[in-house]
Design a protein around this ligand. Structure first.
Ligand code: IPE
Ligand code: IPE
Ligand code: MG
Length: 241
């Protein structure tokens, strides 16, 4: 796909999106919050397709955080059903387009059915190479790091790892899906200017792009705008050039 003003050679390798504002979108229309999620899932499907048709290799989506369990049961159980439905509806499309789907997060508290769907979709798409969709569901950035520390601690205890070997590159192998590179471009909708515990480690040098648009109103044009802005950023990684 060719987009005016967008240089295909300068696309980010890894895009992250914090899809925020579903509840406010619904409230603005005088509807229940859950209807915002329903609308949001429609947008999600379209944006996933746009990102991969641009041949961006990695897309991470913040679907549900470990802190989102603080919400009313009505909302969390609706979200779980919606997530299950999303996977089932999109499954064949992912397979058809060679998209690998992975899950970052923990299984605790997730409904059995959702866990089963997650495992199944990961297994069935494991050999796909056209792009990787990293669904961060029941995810927390601090939790990911703490889980990594626990795994590393075990390896130290059994003598598999020596303290001298540990540096940030080495440690990153203990995080969820080490094959997913650092985030290049991080998009957040709805006007909030924060990370909310999303991919803390992999966002170390990412470029941030914020919009006031609520997620259910987000579209391809805005995605392209974010990508164009990204192409004009100067990334230095601490260097002085
Ligand atoms: C993002 O929208 C979706 C999830 C967190 C699952 P919100 O539900 O946070 O919407 P607002 O921020 O309340 O408007
Ligand atoms: C982050 O949004 C989580 C997701 C988009 C899934 P929140 O709406 O939960 O974040 P806060 O509470 O505004 O920081
Ligand atoms: Mg929110």
């Amino acid at each position: 796909m060719q987009i005016e003003g967008l240089d295909e050679k300068l696309l980010p390798r890894h895009v992250g999106i914090i899809m925020d504002g579903n509840g406010r979108w619904a409230r603005k229309q005088g509807k229940k919050r859950v209807l915002g999620h329903q609308e949001g899932s429609r947008v999600l499907k379209k944006i996933v397709k746009s990102v991969f048709s641009l041949k961006i290799p990695f897309l991470s989506l913040y679907v549900f955080s470990v802190d989102n369990w603080k919400r009313e049961m009505e909302e969390t159980s609706f979200l779980m059903k919606l997530i299950g439905k999303f996977y089932q509806e999109e499954f064949s499309d992912f397979k058809k387009h060679g998209i690998r789907v992975i899950h970052s997060g923990i299984y605790d508290n997730l409904p059995k059915k959702v866990i089963q769907i997650l495992k199944n979709i990961e297994e069935e798409t494991v050999h796909n190479t056209a792009g990787t969709l990293n669904l961060c569901l029941n995810y927390g950035g601090r939790l990911e790091i703490v889980e990594g520390i626990k795994k590393l601690f075990q390896d130290i205890k059994t003598g598999k790892v020596k303290e001298e070997e540990i540096d940030s590159k080495f440690f990153s192998n203990y995080l969820f899906h080490p094959e997913v590179p650092d985030v290049d471009l991080m998009i957040r909708t709805s006007g909030e200017l924060r990370l909310s515990d999303f991919l803390l480690w992999k966002n170390a040098y990412s470029e941030f792009w914020f919009t006031d648009t609520l997620w259910p109103d987000f579209n391809e044009e805005e995605l392209f705008k974010a990508l164009k802005d990204y192409q004009n950023r100067q990334r230095r990684f601490g260097d002085a050039k």
